[in-house]
Ligand binder design. Structure first.
Ligand code: GRF
Length: 185
């Protein structure tokens, strides 16, 4: 049984889909939900599933407390699901090929610093792109540049707004992220 930790900074709708997916799995279980925001809604979602939570400050992440917690919990895979802080190198090195992120666009487009949340969908709209999608990738020292393990696309129609683009992307994330994690572990 593989032990998964999810790192999330916000609402956690993806985290919830993953918790749900592995609830009765024989292969893996979500063993920890960790957040840098003590009021993140993802922590409420974790409670609903009876999954332990851990909150930390950016400083505590830098000084190794998060890594210590992940090791104490014997975590095998780290899932970033809407996690907005840059991961320290020691943490990345501790989970080689075992840390995965989801990005709400078709990387390498719309990746990198400052490209998160609605900013991504606004940029897609402003560029007049006819499609967008999701990218699930391994995490390396350069954030959005790790090996891509899965992508899925959805059309962007002229009448789409950044908000409707976000909805389409979220639907793809919810549909695919849990099963891609399952095939990875
Ligand atoms: C998702 O769109 C994910 O791709 C991005 O942050 C968002 C998180 O949404 N990195 P949620 O908190 O899972 O609802």
């Amino acid at each position: 049984m593989k032990r998964l930790a999810i790192l999330a900074s916000g609402s956690g709708s993806n985290a919830e889909k993953i918790m749900e997916h592995f609830r009765y799995s024989q292969k893996a279980k979500v063993s920890l939900i960790a957040s840098n925001k003590s009021d993140a809604f993802v922590l409420e979602r974790a409670k609903k599933y009876g999954i332990p939570t851990f909150t930390f400050t950016p400083k505590e992440m830098e000084s190794g407390e998060l890594l210590g917690k992940l090791q104490a919990e014997m975590i095998d895979f780290v899932i970033l699901a809407g996690f907005l802080l840059k991961i320290p190198e020691d943490l990345i090195r501790a989970f080689p090929n075992r840390m995965v992120n989801i990005h709400p666009a078709l990387l390498p487009n719309y990746g990198g610093k400052g490209m998160y949340g609605m900013k991504v969908h606004q940029a897609v709209k402003a560029a007049g792109d006819t499609q967008t999608g999701i990218t699930i990738h391994l995490v390396n020292e350069n954030y959005d540049e790790g090996k891509i393990i899965f992508q899925a696309a959805t059309p962007v129609l002229p009448e789409d707004s950044p908000e409707t683009i976000a909805e389409k992307v979220h639907a793809l994330e919810h549909r695919y992220f849990p099963e891609v994690i399952e095939s990875l572990v």
